[in-house]
Design a binder for this molecule. Structure first.
Ligand code: GAR
Length: 212
């Protein structure tokens, strides 16, 4: 399955997908990396892996729809049939989300549907949640909404701050994103209503990471 990955920054999730795609039997290939920021470190990671890159600065477009259409056209021109958002920090238009319906997934650093939006780890700590984690989900028009494909759960430690929690969640992101992509590329995921069904199971793929 040929995929495009959309990023805005560091690109550590992109790296986990690049590494997975480089393994022998992985059923997906990244054919394009798009960033909306010219200085995103993830672009260097793509260059190093000899993956074509494109920069779309939203400020160069009059409307969100024009920006999104330009990206869609580039993605199709690259031959990609599926999109992974990996730290892409722009809201996508309804038109874009509809055009890529069930062919567009995202990773979010919380156990959705809790703690949507920005500053997730701060929110988790402020609310005194005992567990956090990450979620890979199909993208719908509403922010951080959509059928859940994979989750990992980690305990929040009493002395955690947003940075220490983010680092442990990120380790799990790098595990579940390639895993979810593999399941999809192998044709083992279908969407029924607002639920992802994996190999006929009604529960998402998931794991509880070991507390240290
Ligand atoms: C990741 O933690 C990802 O889950 C989050 O941004 C970070 C990007 O890091 N995405 C969101 O919050 C989307 N709502 P990365 O650039 O190193 O992959």
């Amino acid at each position: 399955m040929k995929i495009a990955v959309l990023i805005s920054g560091r690109g550590s999730n992109l790296q986990s997908l690049i590494d997975a795609c480089a393994t022998d039997d992985f059923p997906a290939e990244i054919v394009l990396v798009i960033s909306n920021k010219a200085d995103a470190y993830g672009l260097k990671r793509a260059d190093e892996a000899s993956i074509p890159t494109a920069i779309f600065n939203h400020k160069d477009f009059a409307t969100r729809e024009e920006f999104d259409d330009a990206m869609s056209n580039a993605i199709e021109a690259a031959g990609a049939e599926f999109i992974c958002l990996a730290g892409f920090m722009r809201l996508l238009s309804d038109t874009f989300v509809k055009r890529w319906h069930d062919r567009l997934i995202n990773i979010h650093p919380s156990l959705l549907p809790t703690f949507k939006g920005l500053h997730v780890h701060e929110q988790v700590i402020e609310r005194g949640a005992l567990f956090s984690g990450c979620t890979v989900h199909f993208v719908r028009a509403a922010m951080d909404e959509g059928p859940i494909i994979a989750q990992a759960v980690i305990p929040v430690k009493p002395d955690d701050n947003a940075d220490t929690l983010a680092a442990r969640v990120l380790e799990q992101e790098h595990v579940i994103y390639p895993k979810a992509l593999r399941l999809i590329a192998e044709g083992r995921v279908r969407v029924s209503g607002e639920r992802a069904i994996i190999d006929g199971r009604k529960t998402p793929d998931g794991h509880l990471a070991n507390p240290e």
